[in-house]
Design a protein around this ligand. Sequence first.
Ligand SMILES: [Mn+2]
Length: 306
Amino acid sequence: MVCTPLSDENLRLAAQIGVTDIVGRYPGNEFEDLQRMDDQVAKFGMKLSVIEGYLPMDRIRLGQPGREEDMETMIKFVRNMGKLDVPVLCYHFVGRDDWTRTSWNVEDRGGALVSEFNLDDFDAPDDEGAPTTDDHAWVGLEYFLNVILPVAEDAGVKLAMHPADPPISPLYGLSRVFCDVPAFDRLCEMSDSPSNGICFCGGCFSEMGVDVPATIRRFGDRITFAHFRDVVGVVPKFQETFHDKGQTDMAEAMRAYKDIGYTGLMRPDHVPRLEGEQGEGTGYSMMGRLFAVGYMRGLMHALGVK
Ligand SMILES: [Mn+2]
């Protein structure tokens, strides 16, 4: 589970509901930065197992001057992860914003608040001077993988590519190549390294309108990390919802993970904002996650997965 903020209170809540592994956001590039986060999680009997979000690699994604400097930072960080046995690095190759929505306050069940994306409501200027073609993005990715994969393999770290959310390209005038299944096939074809993997964000694949359980089975052992989430609607318009009322057969999705022999890490992704919750943005509030983890564990136990 991801805890936002990563406070002792939230970590205690996670431990109480049976969470075993924690997903942390990029904490900084000194060894001590990651060690501090690792220690904080360990204090509650859990393990820091994934880093995702806020990675300092924008210039790599955008092919901008200074990307070598970002590369050095990423190399050092992956080595730090290896030293502390943090096995998964979740990243994306979208040039701006981890995820984009046009509303954060759509009412769902009982007035719980969820986010929505509607291309008709999207109104943002294009970035200037940034790459606008898919070719740029693929060349940039090839540069990144060629350098980072040997380092990651050596460190025992697996990379997990997250889809563009929403899976629409371009946005802000920037090419976003990870919007469909063939893009992930191409990623897999770029390297057979065990460190070259996919973050299967079920929400994003649901937004694409593909058969989610079938796509989990299709990617199989190339999945190195899983985001468990669902939506209602497909691009260009969809909204988020609770795990038990989206458009995907989530029990079948969990069964697909069992069938492919998935033993990796899985976390609930964006959740509705529930009564009384302030602070963190919609999708990253805490109470909805407690519901989500209970739902996921229920599915797992029904399938005989511990
Ligand atoms: Mn996700």
